[in-house]
Design a protein around this ligand. Structure first.
Ligand SMILES: Cc1ncc(COP(=O)(O)O)c(C=O)c1O
Length: 374
């Protein structure tokens, strides 16, 4: 173990949070209390600012994990007769397609290899070929691999065609620039326990007000209705149903630290440095990243598992954990991989420590062939 009381999470949320963020959860709040509701209002205003959506976007928070917010966004923003184009280059894109299927929204997919970025030209062509498409639903960083999709270009294409754009920015919001002034985005989805470094338990959707005003009656579900949540909050300042009070208080404190750090540019720069250090350290050990550097987001890195027959993820994970770091399993079906997150409340020391723990683990496990299996 390191000197730390608990291991550092190298995972894409839940992730390692600061002591200040954890301490913000030591107080209990009443959901009707005006002080608590001021916290909610403050968070909503600051989240809008992170993507420069002042005057154009409304922040609608929602209880639950990130997927709840994705499902709520699609169900609320896409009308029952809408048609969603889902570019798919990984597991979270597939989940959006599945959500559309489950909640009864027509959808089409545009399929890519998991190592390939979604291309704006392909979206353009598809939208020209099929005028029945009403919305594009894009995953900004496909956390299944760590690939970054070109949001700004795709937003321009969607806008040119008059299509709504829904962005799953779960693993990028706060770390990678999303600028609502540059292109109209109907909905941008994030969550408390990701790059803002809060704890998990709530999502939020930043919805263009002009769109949201027309969403009454769209939702497939009572609890997932973001229009209703918005109207209720506007009228009462309260959450519609029991709020995750401690999560909200922790997010408020986490955003304070995010702002003190220098906001999105500084957070993104820290993660980019973590990512650089991780990749160069792992390559020096002989590991190969799954993605090319050109498409890699500074969020989470997928590495090919060693070819050595003594390698076994479960043991590898446990040995690295014993040395103070929590890794993440791979999510690819074709090749064996594992993932290492660059996000969370740690900097270069954390990343160097992680690489050293992995180096030590390899030795302890007797892994000689670190190069990937064919
Ligand atoms: C891009 C993306 N979308 C959706 C989700 C789903 O979030 P959750 O597992 O919190 O439901 C995640 C989780 O990491 C994610 O990275």
């Amino acid at each position: 173990m390191t000197q730390r009381e608990h291991p550092i999470l190298l995972t894409p949320g839940p992730l390692t949070t600061s002591r200040r963020t954890k301490e913000a959860m030591l107080r209990d709040w009443g959901s009707w209390d005006a002080d608590f509701n001021r916290i909610t209002t403050r968070i909503r205003d600051r989240l809008v600012k992170v993507m420069h959506g002042e005057g154009t976007h409304e922040c609608v928070p929602l209880q639950g994990s990130g997927t709840f917010a994705v499902e709520a966004a699609i169900g609320t923003v896409v009308p029952k007769d809408g048609h969603v184009l889902v570019p798919v280059n990984g597991a979270y894109c597939q989940r959006i397609a599945k959500i559309c299927k489950v909640i009864g929204r027509r959808f089409s997919t545009l399929d890519y290899a998991e190592s390939a970025q979604v291309r704006a030209e392909d979206i353009d062509l598809k939208l020209r070929q099929d005028p029945s498409v009403t919305h594009v639903a894009l995953v900004h960083c496909e956390t299944g691999t760590g690939i970054l999709n070109p949001l700004a270009e795709i937003a321009q294409v969607a806008a040119r065609h008059g299509n709504g754009l829904i962005v799953d920015a779960m693993s990028t919001f706060g770390a990678i620039e999303i600028d609502a002034r540059a292109a109209p985005m109907d909905a941008v989805i994030g969550a408390s326990g990701k790059c803002l470094e809060g704890v998990p338990g709530m999502g939020f959707v930043l919805i263009r007000r002009a769109v949201l005003e027309k969403c009454e009656g769209n939702a497939h579900s009572l609890a997932m209705d973001l229009y209703d949540q918005w109207v209720y909050m506007a009228n009462t300042t309260q959450w519609r149903f029991t709020p995750p009070t401690h999560v909200v208080a922790a997010l408020d404190e986490a955003i304070r630290q995010f702002e003190e750090e220098g906001g999105q540019p500084a957070r993104g720069a820290r993660y980019a440095k973590n990512c650089e250090q991780l990749i160069s350290g792992m390559q020096a050990l002989g590991f190969t990243p799954f993605l090319s550097r050109a498409v890699q987001a500074p969020i989470i890195v997928t590495f090919l598992a060693p070819a050595d027959p003594t390698y076994q993820f479960k043991r590898f994970y446990q040995e690295v954990k014993n040395r103070g770091y929590i890794l993440y399993p791979g999510k690819l079906t074709q090749v064996e991989t594992f993932r290492v997150g660059c996000m969370g409340h740690f900097g270069p020391d954390g990343m160097n420590g992680a690489v050293a723990a992995i180096a030590d683990t390899i030795k302890a496990m007797g892994i000689k062939r670190i190069g990937a299996a064919a």
